[in-house]
Design a protein around this ligand. Structure first.
Ligand code: SF4
Ligand code: SF4
Length: 430
């Protein structure tokens, strides 16, 4: 295969080697080694394109895998380097150049091709996980899992079946309807964070918007793309576009930062597909983050009340919201509207928490090392509750603070804003 097809050579030429990205990169902060920095990784990609380095080189592959694709480097880059897209292409190229071992390929096939796109398999997997966690089977399995022990023990706590409910096809507005939106239900969200989806629908209803869900749609393909499974990501993008076209042209509200950033980039993902290119661009224009939509559309006098027990709040920016979508002020504006809630800023709120999709499962040691400064910043903030806007970050904060013995609540911003009637997700804030 031509080396140029294994990396995004043209995009790599945008880098002017200034090094401004180095101090923001979590892996460079840990190692101080150039090849673990954005600039170093771009050098390596360029070396592959120029036939100076094999894409199968173990050091190259390790640096690709070590990257969290947090895109913090993009936010500070004066040359507009599109690092996230380059990394997706490079990971896909490395997998083509040197296929992974049979066991890893099988595990990835099960995860990416069987479980994530299927509501049935997702639900069965989470039920099995809950059974293993409740009976102690998971702890037992971890004892024999060798290097995978940490990964098994850092699996998220599976909620009871009563929490794992799908949203109704349509949630009416409260009072006079001001408009209608589509709400992305997501793949793992109904299984792990059904209460967040219900809170999101309740907030939208509270500000006068009916919301619809695309029945039968499961996964947007974000995890596939971030992990170099680009063909799977394109297939799921086509399915997602078709599912939401059936709901008309209403805005598509997304309460998961990683999914929103990915869906806003469908136009790029499908730019080489003439049959879908224009549909993808139209679709992406409809995608709007939950905070972005609520901040822009809530009535000026809308003032949600703080739920009891949340205490002092602090907000941590999910990477794919601040770096991927440039959304920083809206969540803070919304939290400032909550009456009865005190909010403090978190130091380095824009730095990665180490979740990075499935990175925390694939590389638990590195993920925890990236998280530790975040936990220290949280402890120093004096906050009681950490507010986030992405399921991966939510899980990372919950498990990371528990592991370090820090007592705190972790909630999605929708749970803070939801009305407090008994049917709303606010009743489920833990
Ligand atoms: S995406 Fe994040 S981890 Fe990867 S090179 Fe950029 S700053 Fe570093
Ligand atoms: S900030 Fe941008 S241009 Fe400068 S070294 Fe990093 S990636 Fe290259």
């Amino acid at each position: 295969m031509e080396p140029n097809a294994l990396v995004d050579y043209v995009k790599s030429l945008d880098c002017i080697h200034c090094g401004l990205c180095l101090r923001t990169c979590p892996t460079y902060q840990l190692t101080g080694v150039e090849s673990s920095s954005p600039r170093g990784r771009i050098y390596l990609m360029r070396a592959v394109a120029e036939n100076k380095l094999e894409a199968s080189d173990p050091h190259y592959r390790e640096e690709l895998d070590y990257c969290l694709v947090c895109r913090h480097c993009e936010s500070v880059c004066p040359a507009g380097v599109r690092f996230g897209e380059m990394m997706e292409t490079a990971r896909a190229g490395a997998a083509k150049a040197a296929p992974r071992g049979a066991l890893e390929r099988f595990a990835r096939w099960v995860g990416f091709q069987v479980v994530l796109p299927s509501r049935f398999w997702l639900s069965l997997s989470i039920s099995a996980l809950r059974f293993a966690q409740r009976t102690g089977l998971l702890r037992l399995a971890a004892k024999f899992a060798g290097a995978r022990k940490e990964a098994l023990l850092s699996m998220p706590a599976a909620p009871p079946a009563s929490e794992r409910r799908s949203l109704p096809e349509r949630t009416p507005a409260r009072g006079a309807q001001r408009g209608e939106v589509a709400l992305l239900e997501g793949c793992v969200m109904p299984e792990l964070f059904g209460r967040v989806n219900r809170a999101s629908a309740a907030v939208l209803a509270d500000i006068g918007y009916a919301c619809r869900t695309a029945r039968g749609h499961v996964c947007c393909g974000a995890l596939h793309a971030h992990n170099g499974e680009l063909e799977g990501a394109r297939e799921l993008a086509r399915t997602t576009i078709a599912s939401y076209e059936r709901l008309g042209d209403a805005p598509i509200v997304v309460n998961s930062a990683g999914c929103g950033a990915h869906m806003k980039a469908y136009g790029t993902l499908l730019e080489d597909d003439p049959a879908w290119r224009e549909r993808a661009k139209r679709f992406s224009k409809r995608v709007v983050d939950f905070s972005e939509f609520v901040a822009a559309n809530a009535p000026a006098d809308w003032r949600p009340h703080a739920a009891p027990g949340l205490g002092k709040l602090t907000y941590d920016d999910p990477c794919h919201l601040c770096h991927g979508q440039q959304i920083r002020s809206q969540p803070r504006e919304l939290l400032a509207r909550v009456s009865g809630a005190e909010r403090v800023e978190l130091a380095n709120a824009e730095s990665c928490c180490g979740s990075a999709g499935i990175y925390s499962l694939l590389r638990p040691g590195d993920s925890q090392a990236v998280f530790e400064p975040k936990a220290r910043a949280f402890a120093a903030s004096g906050a009681d509750t950490l507010v986030t806007a992405n399921p991966g970050c939510h899980l990372q904060w919950e498990s990371g603070l528990a592991r370090l013995g820090v007592k705190a609540r972790v909630v999605h911003i929708a749970e803070v804003l939801a009305p407090s009637d008994p049917d709303s997700a606010r009743a489920n804030v833990r």
